[in-house]
Write a protein that binds this ligand. Structure first.
Ligand code: SF4
Length: 680
């Protein structure tokens, strides 16, 4: 039952109760953030909040969220990018908060976690077995085949133990291919009423629980499906809180990306089986052969024009898939469960093939400047071998979608430790589709940035606030830029780089997190430093990342080198991490189809494509990487950027302004001395 605002304790009282219950002290940034979130919910004006590590930001949004849910009787959705944060919210923060607030609000606030249907074990599929899977090349690998068998066996055993059927609770995990054998997409699902397992279905139980909860925790992908793709999967809500909001655009883009492979068409042919006339299925099979041949002949990379042979084969595929869908016909109530299952499995894949072919054909219908989608052909690597090529299509931007379907529908709070780049919210606000005022951002008292948005009735209204960080970056951290090094080249790491790295790691006594722009560079550096130093060097890929991070945290002399997931996922407070080394500014690769197309599109509109796309991408990652250094109040150390362009290039100022306000030096002896003193 909703409670009136008068009968509810104030937000401030609830926050104090919550902070006391978790044994914390009141932090000014946390109070500022909680009040800003509360105001945003009350006024309906969207909010972006940058809150540094140690602010206690989850309580700062959960308390106003609970306040709103209790007062309005409506669900508040909280979305995260990572499983780690989802776990922290559901296993730690929300249970403690619910208990703490119960006496004040008269009942225990309820919460639930909800993911996409594919994340839950499907009891029906487990019972009937998986249909023909698209062959992604892994089936030619005997090791992959035996691993698949082992994983599926484990999944069967786990199915009788699990209470949630939630894939993330399966430790250790299984491959995507194995998981697909026991899960279904929303389109393949028979529906609760038709499915013989409907009443016990894990996905349905999770949905029902979410529908009754005050707070529903989900991920950005499901949020995107709910908001953008027109499937209502989340309970009715009027407020969304997006944590790890710096990941939102990438996650939404992934949901909106489609692919087409010859393997998908072959699998669809087999799924159609004897359900429809042979000559109709033969047409699809021929289309698949055409795809295999043409994808193999075309050069990989972004497609700015649609080659005629590809256009032809896409038209044939589209029409053949459509003919199969028509022949399969609609669901019939007279059909038994087995027939309905087979039909749904075939239709789901046929629709994916048909819709992707249509989307690629339409992507080239307009002239260059008007294009909304980017198309490219690429082969992923699996176990060092290339998979068969896939044609992919992704949106050039998601700003319009977010503006209309997310900001246009509910009050949205976006938060992260990294939302301001170059000292302003503008770069990310543009990507989200929020209006950006064309004036320099203003510094708020004691904080980095505070923007008041323009009052434009047609555009979503929003405000941005940086509540700062409890850490004193300029006293606890040094930013060292190795200005004397030659700029990084294309041919791997250079000898001068290794000398510099060796000197720093030695001075730090190990304790180094090496963040590299590629796995090749991380391995090269690990090999070289193992030759030169006695400190244990761990390299990503040599074991599971979580195990490597645990080893790194346990032994202070150990170093850990790796790439992308370490930039954002390492949380090691204390003396094991005193030096973060970055090998080069993490610009997107020049052949990255999406980034290069986005850059071109900005330039076509007269903007600076490099700054808007590549430098923004690099700034976000650099800020995330530098954020690994200070994780608790007592932490001290150095972020060393071994790419001289940060000091010498024109864009260097923008990138440096995106980093935490460390004390900056270019002096090698100063930084080595500081590292040595930390260990003395
Ligand atoms: S309702 Fe759907 S997801 Fe649930 S068991 Fe049945 S087919 Fe699987």
């Amino acid at each position: 039952m909703p409670r009136t605002a008068d009968s509810l304790p104030s937000l401030r009282e609830l926050l104090t109760t919550a902070v006391e219950a978790v044994g914390g002290a009141e932090r000014p940034g946390q109070v500022t953030m909680a009040e800003a979130v509360h105001k945003s919910i009350k006024t309906g004006e969207h909010l972006a909040v940058q809150a540094g590590t140690g602010t206690g930001k989850s309580l700062a949004y959960l308390v106003p969220a609970v306040h709103h849910a209790i007062e309005s009787g409506r669900t508040v959705v909280v979305s995260t990018a990572t499983i780690a944060l989802q776990r922290q919210l559901v296993d730690r923060d929300l249970p403690r908060l619910a208990k703490a607030l119960k006496p004040s609000i008269g009942r225990e606030p309820t919460f639930a976690i909800l993911k996409g249907r594919r994340n839950y074990l499907c009891l029906h599929r487990l019972d009937t077995g998986a249909p023909e899977e698209p062959d992604d090349g892994a089936l030619f690998d005997p090791f992959a085949v035996s691993a698949l068998g082992r994983h599926v066996k484990r999944l069967f055993e786990w199915s009788s133990e699990t209470e949630t059927g939630d894939r993330d609770e399966l430790v250790p995990g299984v491959t995507d291919q194995a998981w697909r054998q026991v899960s279904v997409s929303a389109k393949e699902c028979l529906g609760k009423d038709k499915c013989p397992f409907g009443t016990d279905c894990f996905a349905e139980l999770a949905r029902a629980e979410a529908g009754r909860a005050d707070i529903v925790v989900t991920n950005h992908a499901l949020l995107a499906i709910d908001a953008l793709q027109g499937y209502q999967v989340l309970p009715e809500h009027d407020v969304v809180i997006i944590d790890e909001a710096h990941e939102l655009v990438d996650r939404v883009t992934s949901v909106a990306t489609a692919e087409l492979t010859a393997g998908m068409v072959s699998a669809a042919v087999k799924r159609c089986g004897r359900q429809i006339a042979e000559d109709i299925v033969d047409r699809l099979e021929e289309a698949g052969e055409g795809i295999r041949e043409i994808f193999g002949d075309l050069p990989q990379g972004r497609l700015d024009e649609l080659p005629r042979p590809l256009e032809g084969v896409l038209r044939v595929t589209r029409d053949a898939a459509h003919a199969c869908i028509t022949a399969l016909g609609p669901d019939r109530s007279s059909q038994d469960v087995e027939s309905t299952t087979l039909r749904r499995q075939a239709i789901a894949l046929l629709e994916e093939i048909h819709d992707t072919a249509v989307r690629v054909l339409e992507a080239f219908d307009t002239d260059d400047a008007q294009r909304r989608d980017v198309v490219w052909l690429s082969s992923d690597m699996i176990g060092g071998n290339p998979r068969p090529p896939a044609l992919r299509v992704a949106p050039l931007g998601v700003a319009g979608l977010l503006r209309e379907r997310l900001f246009g529908e509910c009050t949205t709070v976006l938060t992260s430790a990294t939302l301001t780049l170059g000292g302003s919210f503008d770069a990310l606000a543009r990507q989200w589709g929020l209006p950006v005022e064309q004036r320099p951002s203003q510094k708020a008292e004691g904080t980095a940035t505070d923007i008041t948005p323009p009052a434009d009735n047609d555009m979503p209204r929003w405000s941005g606030i940086d509540v700062g960080s409890p850490f004193t970056h300029e006293k606890s951290g040094i930013l060292y830029v190795a200005r004397h090094l030659p700029p990084p080249g294309r041919d791997g790491l250079q000898p001068a780089f290794f000398d510099e790295l060796e000197g720093l790691v030695n001075a730090a006594g190990g304790r180094t997190l090496g963040l590299f722009s590629s796995m090749r560079a991380a391995r090269q550096a690990a090999d070289e430093l193992r030759e030169r130093l006695d400190h244990p060097i761990l390299c990503q890929g040599e074991d599971s990342t979580s195990l490597l991070v645990s080893k790194f945290a346990e032994d202070e002399a150990t170093c850990l080198f790796g790439t992308l997931s370490l930039w954002q996922g390492v949380d090691v407070p204390g003396p094991s991490l005193q030096l973060v080394v970055v090998d080069r500014i993490p610009f997107p690769r020049p052949d990255d189809p999406l980034a290069s197309a986005r850059q071109r599109a900005v330039e076509a509109r007269g903007g600076n494509g490099f700054l808007t796309v590549a430098a923004t991408h690099a700034a976000l990652l650099l800020a995330q990487g530098a954020g690994r250094l200070l994780r608790s109040n007592d932490d001290k150390g150095v972020v060393a950027i071994l790419d001289s362009r940060l000091a010498t290039a024109r864009y260097g100022g923008f990138l440096r302004a995106s980093l935490p306000p460390f004390w900056t030096t270019y002096d090698q002896s100063v930084v080595r001395g500081a590292l040595a003193r930390l260990n003395s």
